[in-house]
Design a protein around this ligand. Structure first.
Ligand code: NAP
Length: 489
């Protein structure tokens, strides 16, 4: 598959540690597969404790010099990384489609999104500021500094193989931190290509390493317990986030957690129904439903329920499904057989408990990972789909009568990542948006992710924010200097 790339040096079959490509370890290799046909794309070295240890030591060494560079210098390096990502967009998008499965058009969109964080934080690097606070006593001055926290460990998921790395590495490097990344074992190729481009951009050896392998607990164990790692930034499931937080507690690491979601998508009866149906399809079927901010529960007011159901089914029936590399494909495979199994279980559980199948509801004979985009009506809170992330292409339509009922249903989950609401009444929008327990609310829009806004959740969806002017704070510590004995003016 390397032959599909314009620049074959972006196809890497080695881990990247301390600025060097490590093509083998004593622990053997593991296979990375293409979700579209389960073929083996590449076999990569399995890193374990010793390799992770050396990546952390290298990051520790690199930190001294990197933090001492000017913010302008770090911004310039990041800007070059951004330019290189954009210049190599097509190759990076092909890597994403090969290892993750999403259609090429979506993969290109992910590269734009991933690059936007690098550009944004190349600009934010120069805006990390402290304060001068009036002293508590005469002759005192209080100065605050924002300092880089140190070596950061990033553990990232497979569903956005580029963006979930740049959303962390961009601010970390901008602040003067160094980073060791453990990408998802299913999607390391994009991470390695990003490392190659970072090196070309001038990110120094050791400042950005990528450890490969599927000895997940061993790699994660070192990253979460090593005393030199001062910060853990994780994106993935709530279940794993909980475990990692526990492990990081031993050495009191600063932690940010971007975890799972169970987003409600509320359509009120005064909404523009076509816009709402477009939003449902965008928020539900992007990446075959495998996004943390996917609309897991579509809540529709009773008097427009049938209209919305019809509009959604019309749109879903027109979606083109297939191998993401084929032109025009809009929905790709799920990431693996277990993901298809979970979707099947959710659909059959809902049907057994009284839901109505409006469209889809079966595997497709295109390969093991393909499941037909599905629309279910009459879904109720007793069904699994109401409480668990389906992470697949199933739009589940719930019915509500009043605004209060909609907000209560929306909040009936331990998650609080994204929510969506569609209405044309400003007062109604404000009241309900403020009543919803979520870190992000899309109002009359189904696509809410961008680099300028703070991304993150409340409740069991996470801790901290990524992107925006807040994102860099997660990688800094405040130090205050108390100067005494100074003359008063
Ligand atoms: P996951 O199973 O939690 O895995 C995420 C990462 O954690 C992978 O790199 C995985 O490694 C690693 N991991 C798993 N168990 C570990 C352990 N015991 N120690 C150390 N590392 C461990 O999640 P996923 O299936 O990749 O991603 C889907 C989940 O991510 C969904 O819940 C989704 O909502 C969430 N997500 C959240 C956001 C957000 O911003 N809030 C964004 C995207 C996705 P291996 O690959 O080696 O197993």
């Amino acid at each position: 598959m390397k032959h599909l790339l314009n620049d074959s040096s972006l196809w890497r079959e080695a881990a990247f540690i301390n600025g060097e490509w490590l093509s083998g370890t004593p622990h053997g290799r593991y296979a990375v597969r293409n979700p579209a046909d389960q073929s083996v794309l590449v076999e990569l070295p399995r890193c374990r404790e010793p390799e992770v240890e050396s990546a952390i030591q290298a990051a520790h060494e690199a930190f001294r010099a990197w933090r001492a560079t000017t913010a302008r210098h770090r911004g310039d390096v990041l800007r070059r990384w951004y330019d290189l990502i954009v210049a190599n967009k097509e190759d990076l998008a092909i890597l994403i489609t090969l290892e993750e499965g999403k259609p090429l058009a979506e993969a290109r969109g992910e590269i734009d999104y991933a690059a936007s964080f690098v550009r944004w934080f190349s600009e934010e690097a120069t805006r990390v500021r402290g304060d001068l606070i009036p002293g508590a006593r005469a002759g005192q001055r209080i100065v605050t500094l924002r300092e880089p926290i140190g070596v950061c460990a990033a553990i990232t998921p497979w569903n956005f193989p580029a963006a979930m790395i740049t959303r962390k590495a961009g601010p970390a490097l901008a602040a003067g931190c160094t980073m060791v990344v453990k990408p998802a074992s299913q999607t390391p190729l994009t991470a390695l290509a990003l490392a190659e481009l970072a090196q070309r951009a001038g990110v120094p050896a050791g400042a950005f390493s990528v450890v490969t392998g599927n000895d997940t607990r061993s790699i994660g164990g070192v990253l979460t317990s090593h005393p030199l790692v001062r910060k853990l930034t994780f994106t993935g499931s709530t279940e794993v986030g909980r475990v990692l937080l526990g492990q990081a507690a031993e050495t009191i690491k600063k932690c940010s957690m971007e975890l799972g979601g169970n987003a409600p998508f509320i359509v009120f009866d005064d909404a523009d129904l076509d816009a709402a149906a477009d939003g449902i399809v965008a928020a539900k079927f992007r990446n075959t439903g495998q996004a943390c901010i996917s609309a897991n529960r579509v809540l529709v007011q009773a008097n427009v329920y049938d209209d919305i159901a019809r509009r959604v089914v019309d749109r879903v029936a027109a979606l083109r499904i297939g191998n993401g590399l084929e032109p025009g494909v809009q929905v790709g495979p799920l990431v693996d057989a277990a993901a298809v199994g979970k979707v099947e279980e959710h659909v059959s559980d809902a049907l057994n408990k009284g839901a109505t199948l409006l469209h889809g509801g079966r595997r497709l004979p295109l390969g093991d990972g393909f499941y037909e985009p599905t629309v279910l009506a009459n879904v109720t809170p007793e069904m699994r789909i109401a409480h668990e992330e389906t992470f697949g292409p199933v739009a589940a339509l719930f019915r509500f009568e009043t605004d209060d009922e909609a907000v209560a249903m929306a909040n009936d989950t331990e998650y609080g990542l994204a929510a969506y609401l569609y209405s044309r009444d400003a007062e109604r929008i404000w009241r309900n948006a403020e009543g919803i327990e979520a870190g992000m609310v899309g109002i009359n829009c189904g696509l809410i992710s961008n680099e300028v806004a703070p991304f993150g959740g409340v409740k069991q969806s996470g801790l901290g924010r990524e992107g925006s002017h807040l994102g860099i704070d997660e990688f800094t510590e405040v130090k205050y200097l108390c100067w005494d004995g100074l003359a008063s003016p």
